[in-house]
Design a protein around this ligand. Sequence first.
Ligand SMILES: *Cc1c(COP(=O)(O)O)cnc(C)c1O
Length: 377
Amino acid sequence: MQSKRLLRPTWVEIDLSALEFNFRQIKKLVGIKTKVLCVVKADAYGHGMIEVSKRLAKCGADYLGVASIDEAIKLRKSGIKQPILILELIPEEHAGYIVDYNLTQALCTEKLAKNLNNYAKRKGKTARIHIKIDTGMGRLGVWHEDAIEFIKKIHQLKNIKIEGIYTHFPVADTDRFFTNHQVRYFENLIKKLKKNNIDIPLQHAANSTGVIDYRCSYLNLVRPGIMLYGIYPKESFRSKLELRPVLSFKTRVLFIKKIPKGRSVSYGRTYIAKNPTTIATLPVGYSDGYLRSLSNKAEVLIRGVRRRIAGRICMDQSLIDLDNLKNVKIGEEVVLVGKQGKEEITLEELAVLANTISYELACSIGKNSTNRFCKNT
Ligand SMILES: *Cc1c(COP(=O)(O)O)cnc(C)c1O
């Protein structure tokens, strides 16, 4: 592991024991009767899909969820045996991969169902699917009012197994009334299916916010993503349950320079020293996913205290005002996200400053990191 480190001292650390802790928190919350599908799409929100999935599989994750067929195949090729649900639709001509790699496909079109059925039939197998119901997301899925007719048709295809049915929440974090209605629509649909003698074993709706805030949405499987990574989908949830951040983002001081009063630093001259000060250059920038919108706003940890980014964040460098912090040496560790001493900088905090959401920032840092390591494997 160590030997693969790049020489440039900027890196992302993934704490797999924190991941396991968060998974166990979810299990505790939902109880033994509810299965957990761990969402590991987008390279596990930038945390590294393979390592994350292997650890989750070891802790007893019932299911994994990915966005694309490529991610699903990558997981299979890495030796993951867990069931894998592809949450996105796939181009119809790729139906064969679902059968060949023993994957589960989200489904809301007849054409894809027919392709899956035909391919499975030729191979003497069955294709597993979960029907996607739209109860208000307005994205993929069959509208809940039209679902019975649709499912009846799919049900007739002999080489398709309808293993699951699910829906998704667009405003679980902001609109309880709307979300509760979605749950009701979905439950009514399941009842109607039962009356029609169609019994679908897995029924799910809850994302992380559902898991934390809507017990009524558990059904018999939940689909947490962001909370697995120790990120709260809503700040007020912090007091409801303990989660541990999985990702840390660190670098080391590359250069130090005194700046006289009145001089500026970095592009655009947006930072002008009001007093003589000392500025440290860090080898990290927006190409590492450290968003440019954090310029002059984000704080970092050095020697256990907070110091602010000075001026614009560049492509691969940033500056911090050391502001009376004496005798800092080149090579000292700087924490961009994570803990140092008693202080901590969270992705949630930075996302607010960058005017985005923690999901996007995690993906940005994770996907752009060329130097990512797991600890506590
Ligand atoms: C991404 C995703 C999730 C996970 O959402 P979080 O808010 O990260 O918990 C669950 N279900 C579907 C369909 C998703 O696309």
